[in-house]
Design a protein around this ligand. Structure first.
Ligand code: CMP
Length: 144
């Protein structure tokens, strides 16, 4: 089943020059990028995006970090895209993430783990709608 998921290169990924690396891994896998933008996330938008973590001890640090610099937000489409992207991204804690995954290969710090990706169909739908309007998501054929 074709799904859409939300992927974001976080401020550490942008700052380290890893936008292309992340996009490239998604594209090489065969996923299709159907929306993409760079933005500095406003505080309120960050709090909405991370609402499920509101009670966590790291919530304030998370919001302050994710708003600290530009991010690259994407909508990624493909067969089982949500779990396929989660597998490419690897575990939240980069110390545990498998080599070959984005976090396993490129990160060391749980707070600065290069990318965010939706973890379920519900969060994909919710997160996409926070960052993109329907008319920003493009419909096109990918030849492969
Ligand atoms: P992400 O997939 O964007 O979703 C929540 C984020 O919280 C997670 O990635 C981590 O980068 C961040 N985070 C920061 N500290 C912690 C922590 N101690 N445990 C889990 N997640 C954390």
């Amino acid at each position: 089943e074709v799904e859409r998921t939300f992927v974001m290169v976080k401020p550490d990924g942008v700052q380290r020059g890893l936008i292309g690396e992340v996009v490239s891994r998604l594209e090489r896998k065969g996923l299709k990028i159907v929306a993409m933008k760079m933005l500095r996330i406003p505080k309120e938008m960050a709090e909405t995006h991370y609402a499920e973590h509101r009670e966590k001890p790291f919530f304030n640090a998370l919001v302050s970090y994710i708003t600290s610099g530009p991010v690259v937000a994407m909508v990624v489409e493909g067969k089982s895209a949500i779990s396929v992207v989660r597998n490419l991204v690897g575990k939240t804690n980069p110390v545990e993430a498998e080599p070959g995954t984005i976090r396993g290969d490129l990160a060391m710090d749980i707070g600065r783990n290069v990318v965010h990706a939706s973890d379920s169909p519900e969060s994909a739908k919710r997160e996409i709608s926070i960052f993109f309007s329907d008319d920003e998501i493009v419909d096109y054929a990918k030849v492969d």
